[in-house]
Design a protein around this ligand. Sequence first.
Ligand code: GDP
Length: 441
Amino acid sequence: MKETTIAAIASGISIGGVGIIRISGPQSYAIALEICQKESLVARHATFTQFYNGADEVMDEGIAIYFKGPNSFTGEDSVELQGHGGLVVLNCVLKRVYELGAEPAKAGEFTERAFLNGKLDLVQAEAIHDLIMSQSEAQAKAAMNSLSGQFSTKTSTISEALIHLRVYVEASIDFSEEDIDFISDGNVMARLNAVEADILNLLQNANQGKLLTDGLTVVLAGKPNAGKSSILNALSGEESAIVTDIAGTTRDTLKESIIIHGLPLHIIDTAGLRETNDVIEQEGIRRTREAMKKADLILWIHDDQDQSAEKDALLESLNAPILHIRNKIDLTGNEVGRVEDTIMLSAKRNDGIELLKDAIVEAVQFQPSQGMFSARERHLVALRESLEHLDVAKKLLNEGHSIDLVAEEIRLAQDDIGLITGRFTTDELLGEIFSSFCIGK
Ligand code: GDP
């Protein structure tokens, strides 16, 4: 348990009907009694009260709720003071809380304390952040699934399986003098294969969760005037990119996020790829090429009137999937439709945009499902690394190496899995995770 008491505004820095100050730590209760000028507060009861400053003047009135540890979010004694949601009045109350001995909470410190006190694991702590930051209903639902433990449970099951397997393998070291041959009965290999399959399955699910949590970078590229900005506008339903018929006016790489079927897409609308002497435009072209290298998906826009079959050399050097869009079919009389990776549409008439959205989601292999949970890159890395250790373990086993080397690889795989929920952790990792939170969380 921490010795310090921390406090912050938990209801965000905007004006609202109600504002909440959260206090957590050993002095919370005493501070609340002083501010409310009460003899006592009944735990988990809403008490209507005035909030007083040091000169016994009423600053605000509202509700105080005392949560006696460990039955609180952080697991410590905590108090919520719910007053009026104006920033000046909230800050007056907060200032008094500090005067009475609380310290300003650091970003994510309430959630970090909850983690350190075993109220939730790291995946759940991250899910709180994802839930608050979610931009779509699908993201919020996935974050809630992680928060309620769907990801953690699967991770723990794998962790248990690895522990049992390691214990079994280590037992064979202890009994190696005797006649029991644990290894050659094939049981160890079968169990290694089984746990590997479970990790692979979880990795696939986590990968979908990560797509949903982080979104994808999509680059809009093609010749000037093909209709890149118009397509972006049609996809986002907003007039955010400059649409003009002077060739080469989208000089900067413009970035905006839109949601398609719950999936956030960070769209980069690029300068037209064309040879030019204009210095600024050349810079735009350089950025286009840079953006294309980092993209998860490229939308290559063609003007359907332009039937020249020239191919850009750049298209061949890219790893990301490419969708070709033939725009302006209203001018050529072609029908809305899709043939393989080519989509025929008209941005101006808003014809074929739904078809494009479906093609995008399909191209990045996003498969929204009911049980999706939010996940992050670090989870994927941990899962991949644990698989690598199991691979080494299998190799060592096959080649008849010393069995304690096999046990060691299984232990390393187990440590990787432990990193996910924080069963195994470092201060650095915790700092990295919680510092990305806002104050008050
Ligand atoms: P960008 O340079 O590739 O970003 O192209 P813009 O989106 O600025 O479009 C260039 C011009 O083509 C503008 O005058 C648009 O109104 C026009 N345009 C874009 N899409 C269509 C379309 O589907 N049909 C027709 N007729 N004109 C379009």
